[in-house]
Design a protein around this ligand. Structure first.
Ligand SMILES: [Zn+2]
Ligand SMILES: [Zn+2]
Length: 309
């Protein structure tokens, strides 16, 4: 994600793709027996290692019943697999009078329990101050309103796809809230995650590909905070280059590539097993954002983060 406003006609950066390093696959939101998940932490890590992930964050519910625990997952790290300490933070109450769910990845293990009366905004601010990547969890499942999103619009990201919520309640979407916040001028990235509890077929359906120079937790968190990642349910985004009024995309075989941005316009290209396309950026006004969506034959999507032009 790239912040500075740019002149019309100038190169539009998708620096996540042109920058140094490689993409690492990770799940930012999952649970184990340390809170309400079915599998022990080592079994969760084993599942994701075997599934080809490079890292996970065990984001246990930060509830008193579970001891306000930031899971110490350092013992689950291997040469080719790492973990980032995190949690799913909670506080009363969103605009519907229900509990906040806020994902924080990159928390210190001694992150303090929730204070009496602490609001969602306040605990999110504490996570930000502690250095974490902070995201608004499962907006559709939570029934979050735009006012709720505005209350947390200074965090890093919206959880644009939650696989567990999709599988178990058909409420996996976060795109609507994300786009409303983007339209209001907030510069948030968007991440997909499993929120796996392993009681239902909820693992392995949504992940992030984070661009970093090494598989180090600190580098991954820094990249997430910069928006140097994309999200996927299946498709691989190899490269996105935008220059002038065109964007060029290279990806795994897909049937649709779309560019969307501020306002109603979009541009789409449809085909059989497309691995490349060039789309026009003409419909998108300067001062707004653009982002890329890829959809494969199974309807699985990949989403780039927005860039501003
Ligand atoms: Zn939750
Ligand atoms: Zn969760």
């Amino acid at each position: 994600m790239n912040g500075a406003p740019r002149e019309q006609g100038e190169r539009v950066p998708f620096t996540t793709f042109s920058g140094p390093g490689r993409f690492w696959r990770g799940n930012l939101h999952t649970h184990s027996t340390l809170s309400d998940g079915v599998f022990a932490p080592d079994a969760v890590a084993e599942f994701y290692r075997d599934a080809g992930y490079d890292f996970i964050a065990l984001t246990e519910h930060f509830w008193p019943a579970y001891g306000f625990r930031i899971a110490d997952t350092r013992g689950l790290r291997r040469n080719t697999f790492t973990t980032i300490p995190g949690a799913e933070l909670h506080a009363p109450a969103n605009s519907r009078g229900e509990e906040w769910h806020i994902v924080a990845v990159g928390l210190p293990l001694d992150f303090a329990p929730r204070r009496d009366g602490e609001t969602g905004r306040e605990i999110a601010d504490r996570a930000l101050a502690a250095g974490a990547f902070v995201g608004i969890a499962h907006p559709q499942w939570s029934g979050l309103t735009l006012a709720d999103g505005e209350a947390l619009a200074h965090v890093h990201a919206v959880e644009i796809y939650n696989h567990g919520c999709a599988v178990d309640s058909d409420r996996g979407d976060g795109l609507v809230l994300w786009e409303q916040l983007l339209a209001a001028g907030h510069r948030l990235s968007g991440y997909a995650a499993d929120d796996a509890h392993f009681a239902t077929p909820d693992p392995g359906g949504g992940w992030v590909m984070v661009k970093a120079e090494a598989l180090e937790p600190e580098l991954l968190v820094a990249a997430l905070k910069r928006g140097d990642y994309y999200s996927s349910q299946g498709p691989v985004l190899h490269d996105i280059v935008a220059e002038g009024n065109e964007v060029s995309i290279a990806c795994s075989p897909v049937r649709t590539l779309i560019v969307v941005g501020r306002g109603q316009p979009s541009r789409a290209r449809h085909g059989l097993s497309m691995t490349r396309a060039i789309l026009s950026l003409d419909p998108f006004p300067a001062g707004g954002y653009v982002r890329i969506v890829a959809i494969d034959d199974h309807g699985r999507r990949a989403w780039s983060n927005p860039v501003w032009r």
